[in-house]
Design a protein around this ligand. Structure first.
Ligand code: SF4
Ligand code: SF4
Length: 610
């Protein structure tokens, strides 16, 4: 009886400490503007099963450490019922420990205990001695204590098989087991282990769309994020879910190139600031404005995060707040001016686009005559190099009898305005284009710009406008499915392919460019960081216009160019006009003789030589 009372008192004390800390966090989440969304429930459930239950993301990114983590996680699930029954017993509510099914259950979870022990010891050694860079500079004492707690739980559980539960040793073993659970409960809300509780919710609530940036509603006077109290409920939940694994950090191209931006630090700074309690604090003070402008919006951070955290709503939301106060960097002022005056990022006269359209013999789109609209984009309208690539695409389409046309006039999709936080300008450009698409009766669009695919395909849908848009690599791959060059493998061209972030990561288009290259005689030498986790070229998020001489650290494009060079291939195939501009710049700085070929030019050249 005395033991039960003591257990009740301890239970109330520890669970009270747990509840008080949880309540602080729940209050902060509840006070934030609601940004929770459960649209596309089928996709969310599927992702929850693979990423939470089967730990896909954790295992794929770091197979050994991920599997060890999965062993611990699966052990927690297996032990949930056991722990609950021991608590019911300890609190004197009901004793189910003598039931036959409980004995069977106890035996069933024994292999899980062994798995948890192996997993936690591996993770403990990795954290305390191996020290991967993403885990930070200092050994976290709290993590070591938690790991030792988990190991103690498993050892005491296994010892219970050998000890008489009524002996002094058996009773002591039971008390140690239960006290460790209570201490663990009191410790986790203030530690990164709170992800055990929050991450299943955070993963479910993560947007199905990578880099999801809902439109600002100007009628509701929304201007972006200025202070902590503007952060949406999902961002606040994210801040408390971070497990500090550093995956976002080590995959961030800005951090990789030695800049100050560290997406993990952004999340942890948000958490610290929220817990300090001053919700009026300006975000520009918490993160440093300089850091906010170093993000290329490549999406690697949120794509790699195993617990469903979305960094871009914070980064771009903060940029929106700065832009609305007139605090954008100077180079963006010039770009905004170009967009405002001439509706394109370079501020060039539309006569230049008209000249290109005329010289390429393009027709104005007419739904009665044409199957698809070809969207040129700013680069296709004005960049002479990229226009050569487009001519290659036109040549392929004509050869296969595709009837296509272009709009008589285009505006920029608004991508650079949106990703740099100039939402007002983005919405003006987007609405103008949507009206033009509707007026022209457009049903399907093909473009060679991956940024335009994302903006027209996903961002315009937020205005209720939906149109099918595909990248030229997908369209042409389908078109040429039965065509191939007959090169013997010994004669194949060694090339490397740079996946653009907005194609490989955002659109998941990784196979089609490779299928085209392989079918047309290429031997692909894969670079490090490829497919759906490429290393950025450094152009996204408005950084195409940044003054590269003033950037801290290395240039992102230089780092990527070296990775591509390391493949040994002297030809780099690209499929995005901005990657091409950035990487050619890096090549010129390096004085290298690497050739750059756009995917469409590569394919067209091979077709012509068949
Ligand atoms: S989007 Fe890319 S550049 Fe920006 S913080 Fe994330 S990983 Fe870094
Ligand atoms: S934000 Fe996600 S990926 Fe980055 S450290 Fe936290 S849990 Fe890891």
């Amino acid at each position: 009886m005395t033991a039960t009372i003591v257990f009740w008192l301890l239970f109330i004390a520890f669970i009270g400490a747990f509840a008080a800390q949880v309540a602080t966090r729940v209050r902060l989440i509840a006070a934030a503007p609601n940004t929770f969304n459960v649209n596309d429930a089928g996709f969310r459930i599927g992702r929850w099963l693979t990423d939470v239950l089967f730990q896909r993301k954790t295992i794929v990114e770091r197979p050994v450490a991920g599997f060890m983590h999965a062993l611990v996680f699966w052990g927690f699930l297996a032990f949930a019922g056991y722990t609950s029954i021991e608590f019911l017993y300890g609190l004197g509510i009901v004793d189910l420990t003598e039931a036959r099914w409980f004995h069977a259950y106890r035996l069933f979870i024994a292999p899980f205990a062994t798995g948890v022990l192996i997993g936690i010891l591996y993770l403990l050694i990795r954290r305390a001695f191996v020290r991967p860079v993403g885990l930070g500079d200092h050994v976290s004492i709290e993590s070591i204590v938690i790991a030792l707690f988990i190991a103690t739980l498993m050892v005491t559980y296994l010892l219970a098989f050998r000890l008489d539960e009524h002996s002094a040793a058996g009773r002591a073993n039971w008390w140690i087991h239960m006290l460790v659970i209570l201490a663990f409960m009191a410790l986790i809300p203030a530690s990164k282990h709170f992800h055990l509780v929050l991450s299943p919710v955070t993963v479910f609530l993560k947007s199905p769309e990578l880099g999801n940036l809902p439109n600002l509603d100007f009628e509701k006077e929304q201007v972006g994020l200025e202070t902590l109290k503007d952060l949406g409920s999902k961002s606040v939940l994210d801040a408390f879910t971070c497990v500090e694994c550093g995956r976002c950090q080590v995959n961030c191209p800005a951090w990789g190139a030695g800049k100050e931006l560290n997406p993990k630090a952004i999340i942890l700074q948000t958490q610290d600031a929220l817990l300090e309690g001053n919700r009026e604090r300006k975000l520009g003070e918490i993160y440093s404005e300089k850091v906010l402008w170093q993000c290329t919006t490549c999406g690697a951070c949120e794509n790699q995060c195993p617990v469903g955290i979305e960094h871009l709503p914070i980064l771009i939301g903060s940029r929106r707040g700065l832009v609305s106060n007139g605090d954008a960097p100077e180079y963006l002022g010039a770009m905004y001016n170009n967009l405002e005056r001439r509706s394109n990022i370079w501020g060039l006269g539309y006569d230049q686009r008209t000249k290109f359209v005329t010289s390429a013999g393009l027709e104005t789109f007419d739904p009665a005559k044409h199957d698809v609209l070809v969207w040129l984009g700013c680069a296709g309208s004005f960049d002479a190099d990229f226009q050569k690539s487009l001519k290659s695409m036109f040549s392929i389409l004509m050869r296969k009898g595709v009837k296509f046309g272009v709009l008589s006039k285009e505006r920029c999709t608004g991508d650079p305005a949106k990703r740099t936080g100039n939402e007002y300008m983005y919405q003006e450009l987007a609405n103008g284009n949507i009206e033009d698409f509707k007026a022209a009766g457009v049903k399907k669009i093909v473009t060679s710009c991956p940024h335009c695919v994302k903006t027209i395909g996903a961002d315009y849908a937020k205005f209720g406008y939906q149109v099918e848009i595909v990248h030229s690599s997908v369209f042409v791959n389908e078109l040429l499915a039965d065509t191939r060059s007959a090169k013997a493998s010994a004669e194949r061209d060694a090339v490397t392919y740079h996946d653009p972030c907005y194609l490989g990561r955002y659109a998941g288009t990784v196979d089609e460019p490779r299928e085209l290259l392989t079918r047309f005689g290429a031997d692909i030498k894969e670079p490090e960081r490829n497919r759906d986790n490429p290393y950025c070229c450094g152009a996204g998020g408005g950084l195409l216009f940044a003054d590269k001489e003033e950037e801290p650290g290395s240039r992102i494009s230089d780092v990527r160019f070296k990775q591509l060079q390391a493949t040994g291939a002297n030809t780099v195939v690209t499929a995005c006009p901005f990657c091409s501009i950035m990487l050619k710049g890096a090549q010129a700085s390096a004085g290298a003789d690497t050739q750059f070929v756009d995917l469409m030019t590569f394919v067209d050249g091979k077709l012509k030589s068949l």
